[in-house]
Design a binder for this molecule. Structure first.
Ligand SMILES: [Zn+2]
Length: 260
């Protein structure tokens, strides 16, 4: 038989627990985003600058979710607030128009100061210094260098962004194969056309001058990552120079980007 006193005791206990959990949540929130995160994002992230107030709030929530799910660890490098924000921005920019997107294939990002040991490159894919997404024992891990991460955002109109590049590899990898075809977000009916466009553009790059970074001609995997950097940094230029590729990227990323 439960007495009134016992009932009230349990009730007070439950209220205390709820308040405690709520408070923990708030503390966690303030740890995830630094006080000046808005200033930092506006200063460094061109994509963010172009969003309206509602869009910025949506972006803030997404980076907060990302930072609560993915550990960022410095390896001989200090992880500063700016680094965490830029990594999160690089993760969210490509999937911004895909609201329920989660990087379930990523648990940790390792931040290196600069060039990293070649041994880490085995089985991974990437530019010599820029970064890599891990395979095998390094599954679910991404490596990015602090220098390239920051460079990618400081210089916002060179069509290069190391963070976006690596996250696009993860998007590509989500369907089980890294092949330049992100089947998880690209409608099946467009796949053949996208493959053809990648092949023909790579052929053009190899057989004449191109404004696309030649690293993209390595294979379709690198092409998809490199052309996505171009798409998010210089959409207007890509549209003018490669309208068909641009149109397909709009379909892949579900968004119409304003021209730069
Ligand atoms: Zn790559």
């Amino acid at each position: 038989m439960v007495t009134i006193l016992q009932f009230f005791f349990v009730l007070v206990l439950i209220i205390i627990i709820i308040l405690f959990v709520f408070k923990m949540g708030r503390v966690r929130e303030t740890i995830l985003l630094p006080e000046n995160y808005r200033d930092l994002l506006n200063d460094y992230v061109e994509f963010y600058r172009q969003l309206d107030e509602e869009g910025k709030e949506r972006f803030d929530k997404r980076i907060e979710q990302f930072l609560s799910a993915v550990q960022i660890t410095g390896v001989n490098a200090v992880v500063e607030d700016l680094d965490r924000l830029l990594i999160a921005a690089g993760a969210i920019i490509p999937v911004y128009a895909i609201p329920d997107w989660q990087y379930i294939n990523l648990h940790e990002v390792l931040l290196y100061p600069g060039a990293f040991n070649e041994d880490f490159d085995q089985g991974g894919s990437d530019r010599p210094i820029g970064g890599m997404v891990g395979t095998g024992a390094m599954q679910h891990v991404m490596i990015i260098t602090k220098w390239q991460l920051r460079q990618g955002f400081i210089n916002s109109n060179d069509a290069r962004n190391a963070a976006i590049h690596e996250f696009v590899h993860l998007i590509d990898k989500m369907d089980g194969t890294m092949d330049g075809v992100p089947e998880i977000i690209l409608e099946r009916k467009h796949i053949a056309r996208w493959k053809h466009l990648m092949d023909s553009t790579i052929w053009q790059m190899k057989n004449g001058a191109s404004d696309i970074d030649m690293y993209g001609a390595t294979n379709p995997v690198e092409f998809f990552a490199v052309i996505s950097e171009y798409f998010f940094e210089r959409p207007g230029l890509l549209k003018a120079n490669h309208p068909e590729v641009f149109e397909m990227l709009e379909k892949i990323y579900k968004r119409a980007l304003s021209s730069d």
